[in-house]
Design a binder for this molecule. Structure first.
Ligand SMILES: [Zn+2]
Length: 45
């Protein structure tokens, strides 16, 4: 059965932070995988 491209992207799994497993909101200009919290934690180190 064929799935339309629209349906395909709609069913893609949400991006999840590899550090804490929290759902990450896609940011157009951001290529970071981590969520804001883990990202700022890394910046402090
Ligand atoms: Zn995180």
């Amino acid at each position: 059965m064929l799935i339309s491209p629209v349906e395909f992207f709609r069913t893609l799994p949400k991006k999840v932070c590899p550090e804490c497993g929290q759902q990450v909101h896609e940011q157009a200009e951001s290529y970071f995988l981590e969520c804001d919290r883990c990202l700022s934690k890394k910046m402090e180190e």
